[in-house]
Design a protein. Sequence first.
Length: 336
Amino acid sequence: MTEQLTSLEICAGAGGQALGLHQAGFHHLAAVEYEPWPVETLRASHPDWNPILADVHDFDGAPYVGADLFAGGVPCPPFSIAGKQLGADDERDLFPRAVELVEQIKPRAVLLENVKGLGQKRFDAYRSSIIEALEDLGYHVFWEHIQAADFRVPQLRPRFILVALRPEYAPHFAFPAANPDRLTVGEALRDLMASRGWGGAEDWAYRADKVAPTLVGGSKKHGGPDVGPTRARAAWKTMGVKGSSIAEEAPGPDFPLDPAVEMPRLTVQMGGVIQGFPPDWKWAGGKTAQWRQVGNAFPPPVAKAIGVRIAAALRKEALPEGLEPAVRAHPLGVDA
């Protein structure tokens, strides 16, 4: 019988990472999130994950000591190119609190994800401090940049992935191999575009034969429901999508067939599918709140791929042919 692995997740958002880890075989002891609407999404979609509305600064990890995996999508603004890149000086930086919870819970493995900016040279010292803190707690640390499009997610979404394992499991860990067969926007959304009888869905899907730019949802203070800044809208336009706003529903039977007349818009449901969520995910809140959850999510297929490799390491399974053990990261920003 396969060992049941457990996990605790902080900064869970709308459940992208949690869903992927669930699909990889992890049983969630709790999914902790600060924002009310994502917690409602979690409760509507997966109440069995024990969604908890809480500030992680006040969250007590004592009931979860010994969980196999501690995971989190800690806030990205401190390191995002769209922000001021304040790093450790940003009040939203929760990496130190994550390390404190790791020390308290003592999991066998840790998974933390963030924007690719955290891997930049300007954050070498900060990244090194996180690695050193985890090493001091007895973990071997690995990090990698992973592109979501390499895991059948129809958008470009590079992420910084940090994995830490107890020494006895570390030799069995490898980051997942990329899938060369990329999923296009047209393939992902064809059925949803046709769901209300629009006759142009098939031709639209044929033209939308690309991977989308990174979806964004706007911050709590800025941004509304649209596909992103001017460059992103231009990219969506080449795929026959009007990106200035998000639609309430898919185009109907009377919607124009000629994109020169009018182009369809994405719905929240379609945005979720672009992120790798199933079409029946239950998004809570108004359209702006829902879209913010979509845009801030971690793609479940990426979380699943990484979760599968962490689970295999915890079971000390042999690496599949073609995968090499991950290279251990050391402090001072140097991979050895």
